[in-house]
Design a protein around this ligand. Structure first.
Ligand code: IMP
Length: 422
């Protein structure tokens, strides 16, 4: 069965852990959108791995990992990530990692342009990861991006970088940000690319061959539905389609190649960066931060935390076509007395059960809550769904009912062994 793993909230749902779990029965793991703005934490046998661009299947010896055409690749960042993961004893060979020749490149200038744009937005800033994701996708859509395949023609790449550096420098100077020397940028990017070159191939052909050979394909989503450029809380979103459809456009596999969509959400809600967050709760944020939880894997920023929001999850299940829910971080709520679940928003006296499109409606959204008793016991040692306390099972059942999708997995801790199949 071929599966998409999609984030249902604002990213950081614990997708890496679910991908890692499902990878045991997969042959190929595919990243199809986003870039190194993602941060997937996988803990195996007590060792912690943080992955940004590498698919989680890289931690296994016998899996093929694909960085698809829909991903934007920072070659310098990817080489650093490969070196880091190799220093932890994980081999990154051309047999294990395939990079699409159609993927777009994030240049060092894109990162500074990202920063410049944030400065320009002032108090309306998006709160990006400053990895250059927006500017790189903008170049792609604007038809002036660089693709991996362009590197067979170094004169073309040099010319394109030189032109983009000159254009970027004008903008950066305006914001008194450091400007770039085209020669230095070319040298840095070409050097990094040489490490990646053996991995480059037509991944579309590889994926179709794997599909025809009935291999098991696993799509590893990055970010979450509410950060999707179409379905998210625009403009406070990332620049790619983080939802199930992005798996097809970002890999070249058609929809009928996929049978299952696992939607991953936390047992509560978190968000980093700016933008609407109706169920944010200071008490819950302080509590989870006090436990050392909810600090970003990519930026280290503390995430805002709030109650489970089924307005968002219901919508996310719809647009992704979720066939099963993976609810992670259930153990984060272990000690709480009473839990809240948001079932709707009151906006101007009208009850909404789906997220609004209007920007100003978010400011007026008042969550409607339903209270459920907490389980007040340690779930981290549970190894089967039936081991979970009755209150935890009731909480999960209500979540599933409100979202319209069944529970498929439950996470009660960061280790591989702490993922329970239902
Ligand atoms: P960008 O993707 O760096 O352009 O950032 C746009 C928005 O997406 C910001 O709110 C970021 O915090 C958020 N974002 C991007 N990647 C992730 C992620 O992997 N987890 C959570 N939030 C993310």
């Amino acid at each position: 069965m071929n599966t998409i793993i999609a984030g249902l909230q604002w990213g950081d749902e614990g997708k890496g852990k679910i991908v890692d779990y499902l990878t045991s029965s997969a042959d190929v793991v595919i990243r199809s959108q986003g870039g190194n703005n993602a941060g997937h934490t996988v803990i195996t046998n007590g060792t912690k791995y943080i992955l940004h661009l590498l698919p989680s299947g890289i931690l296994w010896d016998d899996k093929v990992n694909v960085i698809g055409n829909g991903v934007v690749i920072d070659p310098v960042g990817l080489v650093a990530e490969i070196q880091r993961i190799e220093s932890q004893g994980v081999a990154v060979t051309p047999a294990k990692l395939l990079i699409s020749d159609r993927a777009h490149i994030v240049l060092p200038i894109h990162k500074e342009l990202d920063a410049a744009r944030e400065i320009g937005l002032g108090e309306h800033k998006i709160g990006t990861t400053k990895r250059g994701i927006g500017p790189a996708y903008a170049d792609k859509i604007n038809r002036c991006g660089l693709r991996v395949a362009d590197f067979h023609d170094s004169a073309f790449v040099t010319e394109r970088i030189t032109r983009r550096v000159a254009e970027a420098n004008e903008i950066l100077a305006r914001y008194e940000l450091p400007t770039f020397e085209a020669d230095a940028v070319c040298a840095e990017v070409f050097t990094a690319f040489e490490r990646l070159r053996p991995h480059v191939t037509n991944t579309i052909a590889v994926l179709h061959a794997a599909w025809k050979a009935k291999q098991t394909l696993l799509f590893e989503g990055a970010q979450g539905t509410l950060l999707d450029v179409d379905f998210g809380t625009y403009p406070f979103v990332t620049s790619s389609n983080t939802t199930a459809g992005g798996a097809c456009t970002g890999s070249g596999l058609p929809p009928m190649a996929i049978q299952r969509v696992i939607g991953v959400c936390k047992a509560y809600t978190t968000r980093v960066g700016s933008g609407p967050f109706p169920t944010v709760d200071e008490g819950l944020s302080d509590y989870l931060h006090g436990l050392g939880r909810e600090f970003g894997a990519t930026t280290g920023r503390p995430r805002g935390c709030g109650w489970l929001d089924t307005v968002l999850l219901r919508f996310a299940c719809m647009v992704n076509g979720v066939t099963g829910l993976a609810v992670t971080n259930v153990d984060g709520l272990d000690a709480y007395e009473t839990l809240q679940i948001c079932t709707g928003y009151q906006i101007g006296g009208v009850l909404h059960t789906l997220p609004p499109a209007e920007r100003d409606a978010w400011d007026q959204a008042v969550p409607v809550y339903e209270s459920l008793p907490g389980w007040k016991s340690d779930t981290t040692g549970c190894t089967r769904y039936a081991d979970l306390p009755a209150e935890a099972q009731a909480y999960l059942a209500r979540l599933a009912e409100l979202c319209g999708a069944p529970i498929a997995f439950v996470g009660v801790g960061p280790d591989r062994a702490q993922t329970l199949a239902v």
